[in-house]
Design a protein around this ligand. Structure first.
Ligand code: CTP
Ligand code: MG
Length: 382
């Protein structure tokens, strides 16, 4: 309720998200562990003012929306309404549902399902302006300079101080928005948003300060980056008659590390961190030591395989930090060559790779020179 009056909210989520692309419309893509539309729903479900929510979506996604409604806004979602070809068709369907099922609603807020970062402050500010003026939209000042293009290919600078970018929610007195939509459809007029129709019907629209964070996800670049962290740890024992390979660098030493592959403990820890961050298991799962094809293999090749797996799953590496625990030999003289090897395998700059060595002050199996341990931490972005 707002000032004692009932508020209906229409969430427009019937688009196909063609500019983002992919098999699922953008409103169902995952943002930080939950579907975009769930976030949008939560923004309104957590706002006291939003009494009845009407989700409008494609017929094939009705069930999916019902499940989201039950999980994220159980007592607020009134109906899931079938969408139409254009956003305006979808919103009109929802407006008719509001009129039929919630005729007592004094105000209607219309919001894009693809704007999952709207704040309660913007919702309240729009409602307050609607109370006073009957129609209001959230807008933000333009940040980029503007130019107007002409048909002949020329362009001229435009003073951006006179322009704002329009967001949602757009709020209206119910009678104002119904009249505007009825009129537009009677005349076959399509506009870019709800305010256009209201203005066209002769009712002025108030501008309310929106929020730069309240972006609409329109293209893939608008999707917030997800950062994930992983850790890895590995130990190999020393063995006579083996080469000592760390970070893909062969270090002259009287013994090497025992193992099925080249026993590069540093890269093994790193691979486990990478797989861990992507929730793709561990190296034992991907490269079982019972498989003959991995006997003696360079771990740098296994690392390339892990990178291909990450790429398939949409991840790239932000950075990695590895600590090698060895009493002897000294790691330091080889660190730069190791960083080069790893940076190349990961396809990133070497300043994103850190490698450090430590002794364990002669304590434990490392201190007794029985083996070498390595620990890695990495971040991935998706
Ligand atoms: N929308 C809708 N019904 C349509 C088209 C769009 O409800 N027929 C909704 C979208 O789901 C979105 C909002 O209107 O939440 C804004 O539209 P837009 O950003 O254009 O989304 P899409 O139409 O899904 O994307 P695209 O134009 O790239 O296909
Ligand atoms: Mg669209």
């Amino acid at each position: 309720m707002y000032r004692g009056k009932k508020v209906a909210v229409i969430i427009a989520a019937a688009g196909k998200g063609e500019r983002v692309g992919g098999p699922l419309p953008k409103q169902f893509l995952d943002i930080g562990g939950e579907p975009m539309l769930a976030r949008t729903l939560r923004c309104f479900a957590e706002a006291d003012e939003a009494d009845e929510i009407f989700i409008v979506t494609g017929a094939e996604y009705t069930e999916r929306c019902r499940r989201l409604a039950d999980a994220y806004a159980p007592d607020r979602v009134r109906t899931v309404v079938p969408g139409g070809r254009e956003r305006q068709d979808s919103v009109y369907n929802a407006l008719k549902a509001v009129a039929a099922e919630c005729p007592e609603a004094e105000y209607v807020l219309i919001h894009d399902g693809a704007r999952p970062f709207v704040t309660e402050k913007v919702i309240e500010d729009v409602l307050e302006a609607v109370c006073d003026r009957g129609a209001a939209v959230a807008c933000v000042p333009m940040k980029d300079s503007l130019r107007m293009l002409s048909d002949d290919g020329s362009s001229r600078a435009v003073d951006r101080s006179g322009y704002v970018a329009v967001q949602t929610p757009q709020g209206f007195r119910t009678d104002v928005i119904m009249r505007a939509y009825d009129m537009a459809f009677a005349e076959g007029f399509y506009g870019t948003d709800d305010a256009v129709l209201v203005e066209r019907s002769g009712h002025p629209v108030a501008v309310v300060t929106g929020d730069y964070a309240n972006i609409k996800i329109t293209t893939r670049e608008d999707m917030p980056m997800e950062i994930r962290t992983g850790t890895g740890f590995d130990v190999h024992a020393f063995a006579e008659g083996r080469r000592l390979v760390l970070g893909g660098v062969e270090i002259p030493w009287d013994r090497g590390l025992d193992g099925h592959s080249d026993a590069d403990v540093l890269i093994h820890a790193l691979m486990d961190a990478l797989l861990g961050a992507a929730a793709l298991g561990d190296i034992g799962l991907h490269f079982p030591d019972t498989d003959e094809k991995y006997r003696g293999i360079s771990s740098l090749r296994l690392l390339q395989h892990v990178m291909a797996l990450l790429a398939e799953n949409g991840y790239s590496v932000v950075n990695a930090d590895v600590t090698v625990m060895a009493q002897r030999p000294k790691i330091r003289p080889h660190i730069e060559a190791m960083r080069d090897n790893i940076a190349e395998a990961l396809g990133i700059d070497r300043d994103r790779i850190n490698i450090k060595g430590t002794t364990t002050e002669r304590l434990g199996f490392v201190g007794r020179e029985e083996g070498i341990a390595a620990e890695a931490v990495c971040s991935l972005c998706r």
